[in-house]
Design a protein around this ligand. Structure first.
Ligand SMILES: [Zn+2]
Length: 120
């Protein structure tokens, strides 16, 4: 079975002992869990800072608007915040997929399709 790296989510051939990122596939399940945990904390940080940055951008824009200084929009903060948020959410989805592929291989797969014919 192909191996999915818990660190970078790269799919490696079954014979691989190490991922391109350096993760050792001979690691104990507890180490794999630990690695996934660490990755998900990093992703969480990315999502939170993206949301904060976006909120900050909106706040600055609102202050400019309210103070009458003109319709200034803090584009940089808003765009960077959204980019961080979106990439964080995507990475989180991929991590979740990786975790499931490693620890719950059967639940991740779709059930086999069956042809059902109704008798009349
Ligand atoms: Zn890797």
């Amino acid at each position: 079975m192909a191996k999915r790296c818990p660190r970078c989510s790269l799919i490696n051939p079954p014979s691989a002992q190490r991922c391109e990122c350096g993760f050792d596939f001979r690691a104990e399940p507890s180490e794999v869990r630990h690695e996934l945990e660490r990755q998900s904390q990093g992703v969480q940080g990315r999502i939170v800072s993206g949301a904060l940055l976006f909120g900050f951008g909106l706040l600055v824009s609102a202050i400019y608007l309210i103070s009458g200084a003109g319709p200034v929009i803090a584009t940089g903060a808003c765009v960077t915040g959204i980019a961080l948020l979106v990439s964080g959410l995507r990475r989180r989805a991929r991590l979740e997929e990786t975790r499931r592929a490693i620890f719950e291989p059967k639940q991740g797969a779709l059930p086999e399709a069956r042809v059902i014919r109704e008798e009349r």
